[in-house]
Design a protein. Structure first.
Length: 285
């Protein structure tokens, strides 16, 4: 996984690029009708139910836009919220508040939706050994925000990107000439380049699992698109030799069944690609 320092850098890049995209050479609507020295106060109003996420990100945005803005936080990341709740108050330059408003709302609405969806999966898996993972099926440019939201919702992050973990999937295996070939070439590549990366290998059937188990040093086997019965058999075959992960169209409705097969992890793209934004508003007080 990426370091905390790398993650913070990603967040800085997101904020800088988002303000560039949204503000350009100036918020002319605000510049035209609001005095430069006007001071305003606003509140973040919740108009939905779920898990709040993005408060700490909002703080970073406001500080980037205007270090003089003051934020009074009433509800923190991970708190359950309902319609009518106020997450925080904000006071400072009216122009600065409006300059930051859309980025804060866009991010918090999506992050809260992802945290809420993740929390639903976590609740479904209560009482089992299985943990819920996100995937790389994220919105281009804001992956760090979406993976941050998964953590807030109680889930765990898979690899952040292509560079921090090896995952040999079906196309890698086919292009490499087979399971064993792909694994051997990967180990040699890591050795030659002085890299220490965990290796996950996808299996499409029981025969591929048997072949994967012949190689040492595999961190996790990805049991992809197996039925419940096949998954149970796969977990028995692997027998703790490495970690196990179920994937492939797993939904909130099917997650518990896969967890009861004994897998260590379930990965679901639905955490990030199939959510409806939480309804939030930034209102002048």
């Amino acid at each position: 996984m990426i370091s905390p320092e790398q993650f913070e850098k990603e967040i800085e890049i997101i904020i800088k690029n988002a303000i560039r995209e949204d503000v350009g050479d100036g918020d002319h609507s605000s510049l035209a009708c609001i005095p430069k020295n006007a001071i305003g106060k606003a509140k973040l109003l919740v108009k939905d139910e779920g898990i709040l996420a993005g408060v700490d990100f909002a703080r970073k945005v406001f500080q980037y836009v205007d270090p003089e803005m003051r934020m009074e936080v009433l509800m923190k990341d991970g708190d359950p919220v309902k319609r009518g709740d106020i997450a925080f108050f904000l006071e400072g330059s009216s122009q600065s508040i409006l300059k930051a408003e859309r980025l804060v709302l866009n991010a918090m609405q999506r992050m809260s939706a992802i945290a809420t969806k993740t929390a639903e999966f976590v609740k479904k898996l209560e009482g089992t050994r299985t943990r819920i993972l996100d995937t790389r099926k994220t919105t281009p440019g804001i992956r760090a925000l979406e993976k941050w939201a998964v953590k807030i919702g109680g889930g765990e992050n898979h690899r952040f990107a292509l560079y921090d973990m090896i995952m040999l999937k079906d196309n890698h295996i086919d292009f490499a000439g087979g399971v064993t070939e792909a694994i051997e070439k990967t180990k040699e590549y890591l050795k030659q380049n002085g890299l220490e990366l965990k290796i996950i290998v996808e299996a499409r059937n029981m025969e591929e699992i048997r072949e994967i188990l012949k190689s040492e040093g595999i961190y996790r086997i990805l049991i992809d698109n197996f039925s419940y019965e096949e998954t149970r058999k796969a977990v028995e075959l692997i027998d703790g030799k490495c970690l196990t992960e179920s994937s492939g169209g797993i939904t909130l409705e099917t997650a518990r069944n896969y967890a009861e097969c004994g897998v260590d992890f379930i990965s679901s793209g639905a955490l990030t690609h199939s959510v409806h934004n939480m309804d939030l508003s930034l209102k002048a007080v």
